[in-house]
Design a protein around this ligand. Sequence first.
Ligand code: FES
Length: 98
Amino acid sequence: MFRRLQADAPSATIFFGDQAIPCQAGDSVAAALLAAGIERFRSTPVSGADRMPYCMIGNCFDCLVEIDGQADRQACLVPVVDGMRVRPQEGTGRFDTP
Ligand code: FES
C-alpha cells in the first residue's frame, strides 16, 4: 500500500516482533513499518478492533505501539533508532520491567 519515493540504502534496522525492518535514519517508526508493509499496529482496548496510523502527526493515537518494552508510544512521532524493538500494542498495552 505504501512505498518509498526514493529508495536509498537502509541505514538502520528495527525489529517488529521477530521481523527485521530495514529503514532510513530520520524515518519515524510508523513510516518505517508502513514502508515494510505492516498495517496492523494495535488493537483497541474495548472491542479489540485493529488499528493502523491515520494522521501521522500525533493527533489520532491509532499508531500506538510498544517500543523497547514501553507501551503507549506514538509510532508516528518516534524516530527510528538502530536495533529498536517494536511490538503491536494489544489493548492498553503492557510494561516490561527491567
Ligand atoms: S498516526 Fe495519528 S497519532 Fe500517530
